[in-house]
Design a protein around this ligand. Structure first.
Ligand SMILES: [Fe+2]
Ligand SMILES: [Fe+2]
Length: 152
């Protein structure tokens, strides 16, 4: 079976799950916690951008994909806001871990909903050829976004 957009997205989702697990286990105020947060922030941002462009934009062109796309983009925005909140907190403080748990909860909920629901909806909207082509486009843009974010 050819590599499809869903294989590429699930790969990124696993990276996010693993980073969040490590982030929640990190010790307050350590270099490790700060570095893991940077990695998580970039990972979420690179994934969201490439996913919006190469999963949700094509889905949005079909009436069947409208409501799932709106829902998913709203959750991306909520995740962005939690990341921003976390960035403003002291990584040694009590409030930090509460906010990190909230972020982890929100991301896990979102990934599950995509994997169980939105991917199935988009599976009906996209052709097999599109699913393969979008995988390539997603991977290229995701890698490019990582380069852009690392240079900031
Ligand atoms: Fe998403
Ligand atoms: Fe995703």
């Amino acid at each position: 079976m050819a590599d499809t957009i869903y294989d590429a997205l699930r790969e990124s989702h696993e990276i996010q799950r693993s980073l969040l697990r490590k982030l929640l286990r990190s010790k307050p105020g350590t270099r490790e916690r700060i570095d893991l947060f940077t990695q998580t922030r970039r990972e979420l941002e690179a994934h969201e951008a490439a996913e919006e462009r190469f999963l949700y934009a094509p889905m949005l062109m079909d009436d069947m994909g409208l409501s799932s796309t709106r829902h998913a983009l709203h959750e991306h925005h909520e995740i962005d806001e939690l990341v921003e909140d976390l960035q403003g907190l002291d990584p040694a403080g009590e409030a930090w871990i509460d906010k990190a748990k909230e972020l982890s909860h929100e991301v896990h909920h979102h990934l599950r909903e995509e994997e169980k629901k939105f991917f199935q909806v988009s599976g009906k909207v996209l052709s097999q050829t599109q699913k393969v082509q979008l995988a390539k486009k997603y991977r290229n843009d995701y890698a490019r976004m990582h380069r852009v974010l690392a240079a900031e």
